[in-house]
Design a protein around this ligand. Structure first.
Ligand SMILES: [Ca+2]
Length: 203
């Protein structure tokens, strides 16, 4: 009689072991979500700063490669930095110095979509608005395509007390801080020049 119970217990034990093994196997072989889970980047807590007549977000903490910086700005409803005039560049340049937050920042300038591997015909564009970089904002001796690998545009690499944050071509995988630009509609017919001037910081 007892041997019958012992055999029954043994069978139950084997069955439990089998189920545990099957469960473990299921955990190991269950399909995982492709890619690495990431925390969504949102505009929450992001406060753009008004500089001149534009709004910018100046990243003070995180450093990212150019692609990551571009994507992060878009995720926040903004665009990686671009300039439409020398005046815009100068206003931002002065703001960074005046607020002691100057660093090296990614802009959306790039030659990746052009003949970037041909040094004698390299053309740079603002990737955020598709316009060519026509203003001479380059630092002295730049763009120099060092090691044939500098296809993205940063500002501030050779910064000095004057003409601080000029442009430099840099490897797109270098990690930098970055500046996002928030599209701001300006009704020029309604906004007087006096009002614009009053909002532009003067040294
Ligand atoms: Ca360079």
């Amino acid at each position: 009689m007892f041997s019958k119970y012992i055999r029954l217990a043994a069978v139950v034990g084997v069955l439990i072991s089998f189920l545990e093994a099957a469960d473990l196997s299921a955990k190991v072989t269950s399909p995982s979500t492709p890619g690495t889970p990431v925390t969504a980047i949102t505009s929450a807590g992001i406060e753009p700063e008004e500089i001149g007549v534009q709004d910018y977000y100046i990243e003070r903490a995180w450093m990212r490669n150019w692609f990551d910086a571009f994507q992060t700005c878009r995720a926040r409803g903004m665009h990686l930095m671009y300039f439409t005039s020398v005046k815009e560049w100068r206003e931002l340049d002065e703001y960074l110095w005046d607020h002691n937050i100057d660093d090296v920042y990614w802009t959306s300038g790039t030659t990746l979509a052009q003949n970037y591997n041909q040094n004698n015909s390299r053309k740079f564009y603002w990737f955020s608005n598709g316009k060519p970089i026509i203003h001479n904002l380059w630092a002295h001796g730049e763009p120099n395509n060092l090691d044939g690998n500098e296809n993205c545009v940063e500002m501030g690499y050779k910064r000095q007390s004057s003409s601080a944050h000029r442009l430099n071509d840099q490897s797109c995988y270098t990690k930098r801080r970055y500046i996002c630009r928030k599209y701001k509609y300006i009704d020029t017919a309604r906004t007087s020049n006096a009002k614009i001037r009053s909002r532009i910081k003067r040294p």
